[in-house]
Design a protein. Structure first.
Length: 430
């Protein structure tokens, strides 16, 4: 192992030479005892872009100055406000602008998509999902199965992981789709599994699901802003995600939704609302619903302008950096984290996330093997709490995982070296 990787001077020099280094200065970094935290929680809540306040204040000032006329007056009138994020958002997720919309919250969007795309029959009632999914996803899918009069015990198929650390091989996913294919109405899968950090081949999963006669949708909560996505080319029917994680748009931020272009003028049933009505005739105030083509047609109500404003600020940063460059930097940072762990902390930390870079994003999920006479969950909680007292913040997921996610827009090699040094200090009894 190259000893210079453990040298703070080397880490600082690498950070200083990084072409994306200035993006860190566009964020508010929380302080701990007067010094910046090493913040690795972007997979849970991204940091605040410094430009977000100005975007929100622009809306507040317009409201104060123009009141209802703010819907129509420049700059950034509210009537078409959600369209201000469309192009940049499509760029982040690899979609056509027609295919994306920022609206609602993640689980609400999942339900709205399932209303249209989960159309079970007696012959095809089943949904395939991963075992150990984020609880909200499982609860949504289970409730949809029950709502349609079917039994989750038989019709919500949860594929168990087949790899040692709780991850899934593509072969296992393929086998499950083949086995249950004649009964599958839908495959709903994550882009990145929240606990393990495993990333999936969305295009291949969509291909397999469609070949079996099922619709395919993705929960991309941990993938958007983390991985370069190509949603249009993936051929997924739909996808949903949040914007408060890697997209840095604030707690409870307005979520996102993708509907493939081939469904732009679909006759599938949907829950309708006035804001999804065809824009050209919306203000005729007629009772019949004529959906706007594309993802916009799934909107129900006028968008929350104050909620969309921080997303504009974040998308400006993503557009400036570019997802390909961010991914390259993410690979370097997470690879550096892995190198430090395997070189000096392998007696303390087990990496659960797949080792192959193409099978993960920024996140490494870690289990604590031992320390101070503790084992398993007790050791993990003890280390997690110790790190927090030292200004190193990851997050904890039951039963025994610490998630550390170097976000390429604002994390540094110095942050990562600080994490490794503090873990070593805890192990050694500091």
């Amino acid at each position: 192992m190259n000893e210079q990787l453990f040298d703070p001077a080397w880490a600082n020099a690498q950070d200083a030479a990084d072409p994306l280094r200035d993006f860190r200065n566009q964020f508010h970094i929380p302080l701990h005892d007067g010094a910046p935290q090493a913040y690795f929680c972007g997979n849970s809540l991204g940091l605040q872009p410094k430009g977000a306040r100005a975007m929100v204040e622009e809306v507040l000032d317009k409201w104060a100055r123009d009141a209802v006329e703010g819907h129509f007056l420049e700059p950034a009138p509210w009537m078409p406000y959600h369209a201000l994020v469309r192009e940049a958002l499509a760029g982040v997720v690899g979609a056509q602008p027609l295919e994306v919309v920022a609206m609602n919250s993640l689980t609400a969007n999942l339900h709205f998509m399932l209303v249209s795309f989960y159309r079970p029959t007696r012959e095809r009632p089943a949904i395939l999902m991963e075992a150990g999914a984020f609880p909200s996803d499982r609860q949504a899918l289970e409730s949809q199965v029950r709502f349609h009069g079917f039994d989750p015990a038989t019709d919500l198929i949860e594929l168990a992981p087949d790899e040692a650390d709780g991850t899934f091989s593509m072969a296992a996913i393929e086998r499950a789709i083949a086995e249950h294919g004649p009964r599958l109405a839908a495959v709903v899968w994550p882009g990145v599994q929240y606990r393990t950090g495993q990333a999936f081949d969305l295009k291949e999963i969509a291909r397999l699901g469609h070949a079996a006669g099922a619709v395919v949708g993705f929960d991309l909560a941990h993938a958007v802003g983390n991985l370069p996505l190509q949603l249009h080319d993936s051929d997924a029917d739909f996808a949903v995600w949040c914007h408060y994680k890697y997209m840095n748009s604030g707690p409870g931020a307005v979520a996102g939704c993708f509907v493939h272009q081939r469904h732009a003028k679909t006759n599938r049933p949907r829950f309708a609302g006035w804001w999804g009505h065809d824009q050209a005739s919306r203000f005729r105030m007629e009772g019949n619903f004529v959906p706007t083509p594309g993802a916009d047609g799934w909107q129900l109500s006028n968008p929350p302008i104050l909620g969309l404003a921080p997303l504009r600020a974040s998308l400006d940063l993503f557009a400036g950096a570019g997802m390909d460059k961010l991914r390259a930097r993410s690979l370097e940072l997470t690879g550096y984290l892995e190198q430090l762990i395997r070189a000096r902390l392998s007696d303390t930390l087990q990496i659960v996330t797949p080792r192959e870079p193409e099978r993960r994003g920024a996140q490494l999920s870690l289990r604590v093997l031992q320390g101070r006479g503790l084992m398993g969950r007790a050791a993990g909680r003890a280390l997690f709490e110790f790190l927090a007292t030292r200004g190193v913040l990851g997050d904890w997921r039951e039963p025994d995982v610490i998630r550390i996610s170097p976000a390429p827009l604002y994390n540094t090699r110095a942050d990562i070296l600080r994490f490794a040094s503090e873990v070593a200090a805890w192990r050694d009894g500091a």
